[in-house]
Design a protein around this ligand. Structure first.
Ligand SMILES: *[C@@H]1O[C@H](CO)[C@@H](O)[C@H](O)[C@H]1NC(C)=O
Length: 276
């Protein structure tokens, strides 16, 4: 008997969406019950953490490329032990992921902004920074600009990290898996602050982080057959001004770079490190 193969072509398309209307429209609360709240007609979202639980939310849409901005105001005061994670992820064993994680500290000591990039399930690409301002006093904008050529992490428009597409050197690059935006506030007193030496001070609970002014000029993944193409997917990396700002941040505010951690990679640094 002859097999007839049916080739089912799923036409997946993207629409460039400029979103940022309302947290009600763009996000859903996924964790923590009443600890996550959408307030002020959808203009503000707050996450809180107490001894019983943290909380979190995720975007309704999945995105593949684009520029995604969010303003965050982090847990003030003694935030030691708390972690505010804000990231894009496709989930699953071969997931792609682009991470911002804010590790709290004791009052007066600096937060650590931890970043990582996973492609096809492999991460181990941490870079950490201190910030040039107190991220708990006001809202600041944290952005991911993601296109087929590079991923740029920025803070208030200043690039802090660029992960270039180096597939030509055999480094996988996140470019096939659409990702959702996730955020959560949780307790990581075992490791977050000074490697776990400083524990969470639960007398300060609940801890609260706030979000506003979400803006995505991004390609939204849809599985229906509209044929509009996505213009945000064209490749672009940092220009000379951006490179200069990036160098300023990396020189003055970077506190950990996997690309200089030779103890960790005795067989040699990862291939992307020689052109990062
Ligand atoms: C907390 O503050 C100490 C002292 O300034 C610093 O070494 C550390 O990197 C800060 N951040 C974390 C997450 O421990």
């Amino acid at each position: 008997m002859k097999n007839i193969e049916f080739l089912v072509v799923v036409i997946a398309t993207f629409v460039v969406a400029v979103t940022g209307g309302s947290f009600y429209q763009d996000f859903e609360i996924t964790w923590g019950g009443g600890r996550a709240k959408i307030l002020e007609n959808g203009n503000l979202l707050t996450l809180s953490l107490d001894k019983a639980s943290g909380s979190g939310f995720r975007s309704k849409n999945e995105y593949l490329f684009g520029k995604i901005d969010m303003q965050l105001k982090l847990v003030p005061g003694n935030s030691a032990g708390t972690v505010t994670a804000y990231y894009l992820s496709s989930l699953g064993p071969t997931h792609d992921e682009i991470d911002f994680e804010f590790l709290g500290n004791m009052s007066g000591d600096p937060y650590t902004l931890h970043t990582n990039v996973f492609s096809q399930g492999k991460g181990n690409r941490e870079q950490q920074f201190h910030l040039w301002f107190d991220p708990t006093k006001d809202f600041h904008t944290y952005s991911v600009q993601w296109n087929p050529a590079s991923i740029i992490f920025s803070v208030d428009g200043t690039p802090i990290r660029e992960f270039k597409n180096l597939e030509t050197k055999g480094v996988p690059f996140p470019k096939n898996q659409p990702m959702r935006i996730y955020s959560s506030l949780w307790d990581a007193e075992d490791w977050a602050t000074r490697g776990g030496l400083v524990k969470t001070d639960w007398s300060q609970a609940p801890f609260t982080a706030s979000y506003r002014n979400f803006n995505a000029q991004a390609c939204v993944w849809t599985s229906s057959g509209s044929s509009s193409s996505c213009s945000s997917s064209s490749g672009q990396s940092l220009d000379a001004t951006g490179q200069a700002k990036l160098r300023w941040v990396q020189k003055n505010f970077m506190v950990y770079n996997y690309c200089t951690d030779t103890n960790r990679f005795p067989q040699g640094l990862p291939p992307e490190c020689s052109s990062a």
